[in-house]
Write a protein that binds this ligand. Structure first.
Ligand SMILES: Cc1cc2nc3c(=O)[nH]c(=O)nc-3n(C[C@H](O)[C@H](O)[C@H](O)COP(=O)(O)O)c2cc1C
Ligand code: SF4
Length: 444
């Protein structure tokens, strides 16, 4: 357990973005191995690895890949979700910036296994630099014969790869909204199974479509190289391999860290140089959508899907935020609520109205106007959003608020009773300057 640089193995090699350097360090070996295998065997290799999607939900990747029909005559599309909108998450950015060929290789392997016609990398609009690196990698891969027609001499294996820039909408990371956006429609979600077919059956342009996260495709490339069984030796019973965590907040060395699944949460804080500016107060392990964990509960949590769930939180996207005891949890939740209110696409009522309502109540509380019953009202609104919204953004808006009330109820009550922050000497109204999205501090 602990730090295990598998995807990051060659991250710091000079010019690893260049195809010659990448190949010198074993690059495209996984693809060369894959094209000598039956397509079904490649899918089996992914199944054997136990890889689960790294975009947030942890869906088993092998099962998703085997959902693409093998004997139809429709085009098949392979999509990489590089929207990375989850607050506190920046791992896909570094993967694309430093290891663009790893992503390209993973997507070509999927293209081979699933008889893909074309692949699209949907990159969030702000990620201009990572997009340039991926662009260069795609051009080099064409020149090397890894993309285009009859790839690596395999007759009929034709695969093209395109970049599509998003416009910076969090909702466009939700897979059905992403597909709409990619097709030039408004970036709003669509009906899902069982009310509509899975994307693997009917995705973009009504054709079978695979959508995976950047880290998932990168892991697939490694798995084909090292073998699924070898990959599955890492991690825990139900969380195999490694996971990259984007560590931010009150730590000495905020950065991306790749750890073996099952690593104790406290070990990651240590790896990031420990807590700064005060004692540890809380951690959000998987991006702003997941539930906050109090410091005293942190030693019980391991960084795998099972342990996080057993401890009332989620692994999510790996946006690992650390907070010291100068952090005001209610202000932090107000900032979080503001984000979801802003990003709600407005298609369904519970989320469109509910996210605004949550924000307004938190704004009232933190402006000194909190009323008895506000906490119950917040919980009631969240219960009307969670599970009742059209897509996962609604749930993502409700979970952190409910989690924070559960873990830090006394801070909400303090704000309402005393009309000031429990961590500061007086009520300091937040201004855009002092409210950092990640570090909501009350100045001493
Ligand atoms: C509101 C919302 C935003 C999302 N944003 C992202 C994102 O930025 N990147 C991502 O990979 N998955 C995101 N997801 C999850 C995707 O819908 C999808 O599950 C994922 O891309 C599948 O890839 P995986 O199986 O490799 O995890 C988001 C989901 C929701 C509900
Ligand atoms: S939950 Fe509803 S309003 Fe919110 S983003 Fe999804 S579809 Fe849009």
């Amino acid at each position: 357990m602990g730090i295990r640089n598998l995807l990051f193995e060659h991250r710091d090699v000079e010019n690893i973005q260049d195809i010659a350097v990448y190949e010198k360090h074993g690059g495209y070996r996984g693809l060369k191995k894959a094209v000598k295998m039956e397509r079904s065997a490649v899918i089996e290799e992914i199944k054997t690895s136990g890889l689960r999607g790294r975009g947030g939900a942890g869906f088993p990747t092998g099962i998703k890949w085997s959902g693409i029909p093998q004997n139809d005559d429709k085009p098949h599309y392979i999509i990489c979700n590089a929207d990375e909108g989850e607050p506190g998450t920046y791992k896909d950015r570094e993967l694309m910036l430093k290891l663009p060929h790893l992503l390209v290789e993973g997507m070509i392997i999927a293209g081979y296994a699933l008889r893909g016609t074309a692949g699209y990398i949907y990159i969030r609009g702000e990620y201009v630099e990572p997009a340039w690196q991926v662009r260069k990698a795609i051009d080099q891969a064409y020149r090397a014969g890894y993309l285009g027609k009859n790839i690596l001499g395999v007759k009929g294996f034709n695969f093209d790869l395109y970049i599509h820039m998003g416009a910076g909408s969090y909702e466009c990371g939700e897979e059905s909204a992403l597909m709409s956006s990619l097709m030039g429609e408004r970036g709003q979600p669509r009906l899902k199974f069982p009310h509509a077919p899975y994307p693997t059956v009917e995705g973009v342009w009504k054709s079978p479509t695979l959508i995976n996260n950047v880290e998932t495709f990168c892991a697939a490339a490694k798995i084909l190289d090292m073998g699924g069984a070898e990959y599955a030796r890492l991690g825990t019973e139900r969380s195999k391999g490694t996971k990259i965590f984007s560590v931010s907040g009150h730590v000495a060395r905020p950065a991306n860290y790749e750890v073996e699944m099952g690593t104790p949460l406290m070990e990651l804080i240590e790896a990031a140089g420990g807590v700064v500016g005060g004692a540890l107060k809380a951690v959000i392990p998987g991006g702003s959508s997941v539930q906050i964990v109090r410091a005293e509960d942190c030693p019980r949590v391991n960084l795998d899907y099972e342990s996080c769930q057993q401890n009332g939180t989620l692994l999510g996207s790996g946006g690992f935020m650390v907070f010291n005891d100068r952090t005001d949890i209610v202000l932090l939740m107000k900032r979080t609520a503001e984000f979801y209110m802003h990003e709600s696409c407005g298609k369904c009522t519970p989320c469109r109205e509910g996210t605004r309502w949550i924000y307004k109540i938190l704004d009232r509380i933190t402006s000194g106007g909190g009323q008895p019953g506000d906490v119950e009202l917040l919980l009631d609104i969240c219960s009307q959003i969670d599970g009742r919204s059209y897509c996962g953004l609604g749930d993502a808006a409700a979970w952190p608020i409910v989690g924070a009330i559960k873990a830090f109820r006394e801070e909400f009550d303090y704000w309402i009773a005393h009309k000031r922050s429990p961590v500061g000497p007086g009520h300091v109204p937040p201004t855009p300057e002092v409210v950092n999205p990640l570090l909501t501090l009350v100045p001493a």
